[in-house]
Design a protein around this ligand. Sequence first.
Ligand code: C2O
Length: 349
Amino acid sequence: TVESRAIGPNMTACHHSYGRPDLLVYCCPPGFEKSVPFVDFELPEPPSPVKVRRPAHLLDESFIVKYNKALSIMKSLPYDDPRSFARQAELHCQFCTGAYEQLNYSDTPVNIHRTWLFFPWHRMMIYFHERILGSLIGDDSFALPFWAWDIPESMPMPDYYVDENSAFFHTERDFSHFPPRVADLDYTTDQNHPHRSNDEQIDVNLKFMYTQMVSGARKTELFMGCTYRANDGYCDTTGTVEHAPHNTLHTWLGSSLNPGREDMGKFYSAAKDPIFYAHHSNIDRLWEAWRKINNRRLDITDPDWLDSFFFFYDENLKLVKIKVRDVLDITKLGYSFEEVDHPWLNHRP
Ligand code: C2O
């Protein structure tokens, strides 16, 4: 028998971590030192309705009102409550800055970016986030929208995020990138980075998507990120889409007035911005799109990936242990994505 080298956190070993090379942060949950009983993940039982995630630019007003209400309640929960918005944001801080040690390997942090854990960990995070939002308003059909920045009509930030009177608004953003400005999917803060008209940008974006999703992503590691095993050191290589548009849009969204373009511009602070969740809902959808383009032939089958595990609080305040293998079938997880066209599929550069 081969020893498993699946990654997982030691939940009683959390510490300060670096949010930027020059910034020490502390995002450990209160009372982490005491171990808390947990349950193993179970798939949601039918007959709960399928949650259909819809494109953010096509939402109707009644959905926005409902989501705004759920998010406002979540933001009003006390910090002690792991369902609170502040604590949801801290989850991201913990796993993106290496705040936890690996189980059985002290001094070796768990880091989910720039590795093959990127897609599954974020899927888990927003899965629980979505269920908590639904339960706060007693609606088990509630589904997170996705910001489809890969299709032309949805390339600007969705309007409801810039409504100052809503729970979606966030001050720590780059206001010069507000709608109708089209997102720059390969944005850099480099001084020589071209400034394009919206039409030019759309064309560049579509070709870029083709590269990131198709021509540059024909091997598993190219899309999924590098192989990362327990006690191996941090492998530290992004997949195509993780690098861009994922990282680049984080930068594009965050405020140019902050040293790391916080909040979206740095991972320790990113999930404090409500747009984080619509951004990741689209990332989650593109993972499914890539699997479909390749007829699932490039899916990872390595047990060290499949058995890597994390812990999340669910909508009933139960701590749940969940493995990567638990989140590979979104139908079983009870959600789906409304179909949208993929115009980038025929935009080979
Ligand atoms: Cu964990 Cu969009 O980052």
